[in-house]
Design a protein. Structure first.
Lengths: 80, 104, 479
């Protein structure tokens, strides 16, 4: 079986990168929520109670994505 | 609960795997899957943070962001797949290394 | 202010309604322009509902946003008028105008975003529409290949932005820009902030054409239909620069030494990469695309100084670049439309058969090459002097060298169009139709006007820069 050395090298690099990054991440303390301003809780509650707003934004983007797909998949009519 | 950094390590691992996938896969559809993996890395961190904000409660902002972002990732995938369809029609192959006609 | 959300999509038959579609787009944009002009000079905060402004201020409009939105609207208006004639032989025009409006809406939403999440939503909208607009002519292989490469790189950029946003959310518990700025004000830069900064520069840099991440740009801009190239190159890469301006100045505003030097180094690489590659090009639109990369290098350099004069120069250059690059791409589109080729060697001497368009092209090319009486000179000069003030002298010297490089290749293009003998291809070309001439004419006039009398425009740009730098006012008015 032929071994593709480039691919082996690539996979080795990736696996070692994952392991090294994981160890670095696990050792370092993430400054989670060190800098919280207590007043900002209102934005969160606002967005959660008025879900309609972000639903509208999402629906809009979804509609434009549908328009994109229609634009791409259109059939060219042959005009004589 | 397990410490927060394990979730972050998982997300970083997903990000690296996603980048590897984008850099080294030949099949166009696998590249599109790689983009999905990248976005899921970010989704994982959002959910992890929203769970660890205050003990016992979850912060809904993270979840709202992730719900929208999953939809956007799906939209990007849909558009990407239409482009892949046409690329297959033009080139006859799904191998992205054959798309080399534009150089320089 | 929710007007930009609405657009019109006409379900009409193809024959005879192209002009109506184009004009409806135009009329809509004129309405937008009126609203923009009426609101200038005011710092506006728009809450999502009429009551309680501090709650959920997802949109925030200050001078910088209005400045950029005005540019986008003008660019979209010209592209729409131009498209009436240019795209007449294409199918799917209803979707085309829809997507063009969606692109402008997305970009406008990006500059009006008050928090990072809104910015991401509109960023995705802008990116989605631009993927499809680049790959719009799917019958040929070139837009498809360029569109696919563009999509992969840009989607990776969006994912990187999302990851950076999640780290910022983790560190501060909010994604609101004012909240982020207030929270990270006194932060000491530790490892995770460096990581986040790197992700942000990479993510937005892919869109803003910073050099290691620019490889999608020449293919995408030369393969897109010309009015789309004008909008993409003139204003969409500026949106990446705008996002960098906002985030680096607001969120990382208190940690300036952290990002100034690396950004300046990237800017110099970008300038060199763009200019040197442009010297080697034979394809007209590819040359213009590489020149866009170089101009973005100037803008990022102005940003990296983070001083008022540097930022004013950058914003003024953004405005000039939108006008000049839009003009150049629209003229190039006229050439392509009439002569059916993009190769510079075949387009020689086209001045004889297309005199007006060649003249407008020459005005635009001279403007970008920073010849004194035209507008490019003022903005590039401002960036250079700001660099000397901020004691980044080797970078300013490199920028001057790059300006000289750009003069070289623009003179080459002008010489090929004007001086040489016409080839067979360019002899067959006739002058461009009226609706393609009008936008180019107006843009050329704008170049000259801004060049001769830059005063009021510089004042506008400096007010925008002040608004960008004014951290306290931003936070104070949002919280």
């Amino acid at each position: 079986m032929r071994i593709d050395w480039v691919r082996v090298a690539g996979i080795t690099i990736v696996v070692s990168a994952v392991l090294i990054f994981s160890m670095l991440v696990v050792r370092s303390e993430f400054p989670a929520f060190d800098h919280v301003e207590p007043v900002e809780i209102e934005t969160t509650e606002f967005l959660w109670t008025y879900r309609l707003i972000d639903m509208i934004a999402q629906a809009f983007v979804l509609f434009v994505a549908a328009a994109c797909c229609v634009a791409m998949l259109r059939v060219k009519e042959k005009k004589k | 609960m397990i410490p927060l950094v394990y979730y972050l390590a998982g997300a970083i691992a997903l990000y690296v795997i996603g980048m590897y996938c984008l850099a080294s896969k030949r099949n166009m559809i696998r590249l599109v899957i790689g983009i999905e993996i990248l976005m899921n890395a970010a989704h994982l961190t959002f959910i992890a943070f929203s769970a660890y904000r205050t003990a016992g409660y979850i912060d809904p902002l993270g979840h709202a962001i992730v719900i929208m972002s999953i939809v956007f990732a799906g939209c990007v995938t849909a558009v990407a797949l239409t482009i892949v369809t046409y690329a297959y029609r033009h080139y006859g192959t799904l191998d992205v290394r054959k798309l080399r006609r534009l150089k320089g | 202010m929710v007007g930009w959300v609405a657009y019109r999509k006409a379900y009409r038959k193809i024959l005879g309604v192209y002009a109506a579609l184009g004009l409806s787009v135009t009329a809509y944009f004129l309405y937008e322009l009126y609203k923009e002009v009426a609101e200038k000079g005011i710092v506006l905060i728009v809450g999502q509902l009429p009551f309680n402004p501090p709650l959920g201020a997802c949109l925030e409009i200050d001078m910088l946003s209005v400045f950029m939105a005005f540019l986008y609207t003008i660019a979209g208006l010209f592209a729409a008028v131009y498209s009436i004639k240019y795209m007449e032989r294409d199918t799917g025009l209803t979707q085309y105008y829809t997507l063009l409006l969606g692109l402008i809406a997305g970009m406008t939403g990006v500059v009006f975003a008050g928090d990072f999440f809104t910015l991401f939503v509109f960023w995705e909208l802008m990116c989605l529409t631009s993927y499809v607009l680049v790959a719009f002519r799917k019958q040929r292989w070139e837009p498809i290949e360029a569109g696919f490469k563009y999509l992969i790189m840009s989607a990776a950029g969006s994912a990187t932005i999302l990851l950076a946003m999640s780290f910022l959310y983790g560190m501060t518990g909010t994604v609101n820009f004012a909240g982020l700025a207030a929270s990270l004000n006194n932060a000491t830069p530790d490892g995770w902030l460096y990581v986040t900064l790197t992700l942000i520069i990479v993510g937005f840099g892919i869109k803003a054409a910073i050099v290691p991440f620019h490889t999608w740009l020449p293919d995408a801009h030369s393969a897109a239909p010309s009015p789309i190239s004008a909008v993409l190159s003139g204003v969409m890469v500026q949106t990446g620069a705008y996002a960098l301006i906002r985030i680096l100045l607001l969120v990382f505003g208190s940690m300036q030494p952290m990002w100034q030097m690396p950004l300046a180094v990237f800017a110099v690489f970008t300038m060199f990469g763009g200019n040197i590659m442009a010297l080697l090009q034979n394809d007209l639109k590819r040359l213009l695309a590489f020149s866009t990369i170089a101009q973005m290098g100037y803008i990022i350099f102005g940003l990296s100084m983070a001083s008022l004069s540097g930022l004013t120069g950058s914003l003024f250059h953004i405005m000039n670049h939108a006008v000049m690059k839009g003009l150049l791409f629209l003229c190039a589109g006229s050439f392509v439309h009439q002569a059916k080729t993009r190769d510079l060697r075949k387009l020689r001497g086209i001045r004889k058969t297309m005199p007006l368009t060649s003249m407008f092209f020459a005005i635009g090319a001279l403007a970008i090459a920073a010849i004194p009486p035209l507008n490019g000179f003022w903005s590039e000069w401002m960036i250079v002097t700001a660099g000397i003030e901020a004691e980044m002298i080797p970078f300013s010297a490199l920028m001057l060298a790059n300006m000289i490089f750009s003069v070289v290749y623009y003179i080459r293009v002008i010489r090929m169009i004007f001086v040489e003998k016409p080839t067979a291809v360019s002899k067959k070309a006739t002058e461009a139709p009226a609706s393609m001439l009008i936008p180019t004419f107006v843009l050329a006039c704008l170049c000259i006007i801004i060049g001769i009398y830059p005063g009021p425009f510089i004042i506008i740009a400096s007010r925008a820069a002040e608004a960008a730098l004014n951290l306290l006012a931003y936070i104070g008015s949002m919280l």
